[in-house]
Design a protein around this ligand. Sequence first.
Ligand code: AMP
Length: 419
Amino acid sequence: MIQKPKGTYDLMPEETRKYRALENQLIKLLEIYGYGEIRTPIFEYSQVFHRESELSDMVLKETYNFKDKGNRDLTLRPEGTAGVIRSYVEQKLYADGGITKLYYLGPNFRYERPQKGRYRQFYQFGIEAIGAKSPSLDAEVIGLSYKIISSLGLKQVVVKINTLGDIESRLNYNKILRDYFIPHKEDLCENCQTRIDVNPMRILDCKIDGEKPVVKKAPKPMHHLTAEASKYFSDVLKYLDAMDVIYEIDDALVRGLDYYGHTVFEIEANIKGFGAQNILGGGGHYEKLVSEFGGPDVSGVGIAFGMERLMQAIEAENVEMPKDKPFDFYVLYFDEATKLAALTILSELRDLGYKGDIDHLDRKFATQLKSALKNNPNYLIIIGEEELNSNLYTLKNVKTEEQKTVDFDELVKKLGKKR
Ligand code: AMP
């Protein structure tokens, strides 16, 4: 037996249905906020993710890289933002000078150690609002993230925000952080020891060192802001309050990727027994990403949610998801002649939008009946010789067991509202 690759999963119809319902709910909300869907390739030229400035561990070690037959270096996308920005620049979406609002939904691939809430193929949906450095746009994206969790009925999930400041603040802060960590080098993991020189801020969200007292006590970006960066952040907060968004400021929050500046945010589940992977989504404001891809010097702001973790939160909080509609009817027959009539009525009723099915195996009536009842239909339509000759149907209400001979019009009336 061939098994699925490590770190992947199969979604069966019952679960897929829940995901589809979740997706539909999200899309409805995103459309209200003026976002349009973008679909970029699942693989890109490797340099889309492996950029010069990109020092993140995720990008360097965790991507699926391969060569195609033309010897081109390609990578399965590990996240959504880079491909969207590549496309934004390639399609010159910046040409009108306005803000472009995009959302995406689809699989990403990372070679990580699989565990609950962490897979090698996982689904993300994300949004990007590109084209402006604007505290109110940052606030809108944070507000939308809050709206997403509140409209899903998640109560034990919080929006956490922080600021990393502008470039000047970050340069200054990185120096302060470097000086702080140098005497503690030995207390840090091997990766973080190199991060002291390269990008000390990343030590703060290291999976290994993040919880160590030495890291917890480190200086925070918020306390080393330029006046301008400080004003930017207080404007973000002012707009969030105007939009009635509930959030928490977390001065220790930094994001793993290096292109973020100013506002960063995470959506954290504090549900009992949820597990270690409790960050449902994360994002922030990026200043240099568009220009890195050859576009103009404009900022963007975005967030990506992990669909599996969002679903896990929905289940952990016992949020009702719409269930699949039951079968309206099942048709039962006796032989080849009644089967023909059964197929005709099946097809006519399906055309009208009723959900129904038939046993294709030519099994005995009793077996057909048993298997039909397993699917919990509202009605059984029985076609025997008598019905065949009279153009009538025997209709049985499964719940009340009431049975009646009806013509087509009455049958449709009985089945009730169409889909
Ligand atoms: P990131 O792009 O790393 O900021 O991730 C954004 C969100 O995607 C996270 O908060 C998770 O919800 C989800 N995510 C990231 N990596 C994985 C993974 N390997 N498996 C499942 N979900 C993931």
